[in-house]
Design a protein around this ligand. Structure first.
Ligand SMILES: Cc1ncc(COP(=O)(O)O)c(C=O)c1O
Length: 385
């Protein structure tokens, strides 16, 4: 029996090789143009120091689930801080954004409910919808009209949950959140917004795009990861008191998992302080993102306008995306190819992400190197076809 499993698995691995879809674990090397450490906080002295102090005080592991011996003052404190930052009643800290999304979508939508989600939503939201007992339908990416048609046609459900990212992780674009908020208000639907890539970057306080769009009152729950711009790990679900209390009682990824190390909460506290006290950091990031997009456009590389730090360059085939990424890596730039199934077939891409450590000169040099690598890859394709 195990022989046939081995045969099937190795066959699938060979097929991944042939299609240039096999992933390799590659440690960071070269100039960072691929991490989610947009604000440079993962290595910030204050964040590191707070984590070290907390380890000295509280030890390493939390030793149990939050409902057992894993509860710590550090969690209660960071949850209060985060709820205030978000202007939400209450927040709950999870050990990852993936688990937070599973928790939200398996706790609230029930058998008689409907989940409506953007087709480009992150795998954790898709998996959460799959695991939930509710019916699930998807609408075309960022298409308010399509969402509206679904909300009008799908009747007979107790509750309807509309689920979207606020800054899409692989597209770098922003949905029409105002329209969604208004539609949900009119239809009595509950809007859930994953702010994974927006928290720390958008909004006057830096809490995200819900804040920047002024739609906080129309949103049921937000999910904000702490492992991206905040530079640490874990994620917060924020929303009404009753909803958070209910998650504590029954959200399975919260109840049946060891609490994260308490030192993470202390480190996130430092990150939030920096985000609140240093708005120039996110302004600088957005200026760098605008610069990269403008330079790419000047060089004839098609990218969408805007100032989000996620800049995808769509190349089509997995082979081409991988070849261009490898060429950039050889030139000292850590850019990764994003291939199916992470993105739809035929839309393999480079996902370039901007961070505050990049100088203007590095951005300009990178664009020259990228344009040359793209040109070479086009010539290779022309020769081989
Ligand atoms: C939109 C989105 N949601 C959730 C997650 C999961 O967050 P975490 O990495 O903390 O598990 C990610 C991570 O890539 C993401 O991009």
């Amino acid at each position: 029996m195990s022989g046939s499993l081995e045969g099937r698995v190795t066959g699938e691995l060979r097929a991944l090789d042939q299609q240039r879809l096999r992933r390799a674990l590659r440690a960071p090397s070269g100039i960072d143009l691929s991490s989610n450490d947009y604000l440079g906080l993962a290595d910030h002295p204050l964040v590191k120091q707070q984590m070290i102090v907390a380890i000295e005080q509280d030890g390493c592991g939390s030793t149990g689930s939050r409902l057992l011996r894993g509860q710590r003052d550090a969690f209660a404190s960071i949850e209060r801080t985060f709820a205030a930052f978000r202007h939400a009643d209450r927040a709950l800290y999870f050990s990852s954004g993936y688990l937070a999304n599973l928790a939200v979508l398996t706790t609230f939508p029930g058998r008689r409910d409907l989940i409506v989600s953007d087709r480009a939503n992150h795998a954790s939201l898709r998996d959460g919808a799959r695991l939930s007992k509710a019916k699930h339908v998807m609408f075309a990416h960022n298409d308010a009209g399509a969402l509206s048609r679904i909300l009008q046609s799908q009747t007979g459900h107790d509750e309807v949950f509309v689920v979207t990212e606020s800054l899409f992780s692989m597209e770098g674009d922003i949905p029409p959140l105002h329209d969604y908020a208004e539609m949900c208000r009119k239809a009595g639907a509950l809007l859930i917004v994953d702010e994974a890539h927006a928290v720390g970057i958008f909004g006057a306080r830096g809490s995200g795009l819900v804040e920047e769009h002024g739609i906080g009152r129309d949103v049921f729950l937000t999910i904000s990861t702490a492992g991206k711009a905040l530079g640490v790990a874990g994620a917060f679900v924020a929303g009404p008191e009753w909803a958070i209390e209910y998650m504590i009682q029954g959200a399975r990824p919260f109840v049946f998992s060891t609490a994260p190390p308490p030192s993470l909460a202390a480190a996130i506290g430092a990150s939030l302080t920096i985000v609140e006290k240093e708005p120039d950091r996110r302004a600088d990031l957005r200026a760098k993102a605008r610069r990269l997009r403008a330079r790419l456009a000047d060089a004839g590389v098609a990218v969408a306008a805007g100032d989000s730090p996620i800049v995808p360059v769509i190349l089509g085939s997995a082979e081409r995306a991988q070849a261009v990424a490898e060429a950039l890596q050889a030139d000292g730039f850590d850019v990764r190819a994003i291939r199916p199934p992470t993105v739809p077939a035929g839309t393999a891409r480079l996902r370039i992400s901007v961070n505050v450590h990049l100088s203007d000169a590095t951005i300009d040099r990178f664009v020259v190197v990228l344009a040359a690598a793209l040109e070479r890859s086009t010539q290779c394709r022309a020769v081989s076809s």
